[in-house]
Write a protein that binds this ligand. Structure first.
Ligand code: HEM
Length: 293
């Protein structure tokens, strides 16, 4: 689908910064969004529009909705909405820092920075626990079908939906677990990435096995590790032609169906959670016709 923001389907970059923005009180964001569309190519900067922003523009994007929240023994999944999401991607961290400043300044009359997370690629695409992340992502054409909206209407075909959660790991706790228990938490063996048929039902890959949902729940994951001076974890990012597959997985991870929570919650916790709609591109620039721009 050549109308999709190319950064969605591209390999995970070496460096990234995730910016989230809130709408300033009473702001009319049209001209800032027009400027953003002029510089965001969808490759070095993937953009997502939150439901709050669509609402402020008096536009409705079918399928864009509030992020769910769950709370039970040992499980806390917050829903923290934001108006706008920018995933700045690149191979040079300095260049990303400077691009972030440009985007923030450009949006400043209407948008306030609500969050900024620096992320990076670790090894060949590992989580900071040392496990390979992304193995069971769909490949080739299937990835396009899973991640990208197929719609003939102008401004909608080529778009995508994304779920984003910042997870904070307790790496000391994880390191204190015996190797077998670590492998059972993920459901794969760390040293060779082999899936463990004997893993308990709480194992992460048992909870989220994409073909074990009705209908099948495939997502296109593009998560990246993050760290600051005191904390570290994963920015979980899953694109989809709708939000249904992600939501079915999250529900099962939270244990709402059978009372079994995902073992990830024993050493990590999400501190944010939001949905965005990622517009398509036209002539190498964001196509914002669906939100009237
Ligand atoms: C701390 C956060 C998370 C970590 C560290 C993590 C890590 C992993 C790892 C290591 C794998 C195995 C390799 C692979 O297939 O990628 C995996 C698989 C997977 N994860 Fe996660 N994950 C996290 C959160 C989530 C969330 C929130 C979801 C969705 C709600 C999710 C959905 C999936 C799916 C769909 C698979 C593939 C399952 C399959 O079909 O085999 N993950 N994850």
């Amino acid at each position: 689908m050549n109308a999709a923001q190319p950064g969605i389907l591209a390999p995970v970059p070496s460096h990234a910064r995730y910016l989230t923005f809130e709408l300033k009180q009473g702001a009319r964001p049209q001209s800032q969004l027009k400027s953003l569309a002029g510089i965001a190519d969808g490759r070095a900067c993937v953009v997502g529009i939150g439901a709050i922003l669509a609402f402020a523009l008096q536009k409705k994007i079918d399928g864009l909705r509030p992020f769910p929240h769950y709370q039970s023994e040992g499980v806390s999944v917050p829903s923290i909405p934001a108006a706008l999401w920018c995933w700045l991607r690149g191979e040079d961290r300095g260049e990303i820092v400077l691009r972030a400043r440009t985007v923030e300044k450009m949006l400043a009359p209407a948008f306030e920075v609500a969050g900024s997370i620096d992320a990076f690629k670790y090894g060949q695409g590992l989580d900071l626990t040392g496990y390979e992340d992304g193995t069971e992502n769909p490949k080739g054409k299937k990835a396009v079908g899973v991640a990208i909206v197929n719609d003939k209407r102008a401004g909608l075909g080529g778009s995508s939906f994304v779920a984003v959660q910042q997870w904070v790991h307790d790496l000391d706790r994880f390191a204190s677990l015996p190797q077998k228990q670590q492998d059972n938490a993920i459901g794969r063996r760390k040293h060779d990435n082999k899936e463990l048929a004997s893993a308990p039902p709480s194992a992460h890959v048992k909870r989220t096995a994409q073909e074990n949902f009705t209908p099948e729940a495939f997502v296109w994951r593009r998560s990246m590790p993050w760290a600051d001076a005191t904390q570290a974890g994963l920015v979980f990012v899953a694109f989809g032609r709708s939000l249904d597959a992600f939501e079915a997985q999250l529900k099962r991870m939270a244990g709402t169906e059978d009372g079994i929570a995902d073992a990830l919650f024993t050493f990590s916790r999400p501190v944010t959670g939001a949905y965005y709609w990622c517009p398509p591109v036209r002539n190498g620039r964001l196509d914002l016709r669906a939100i009237g721009i």
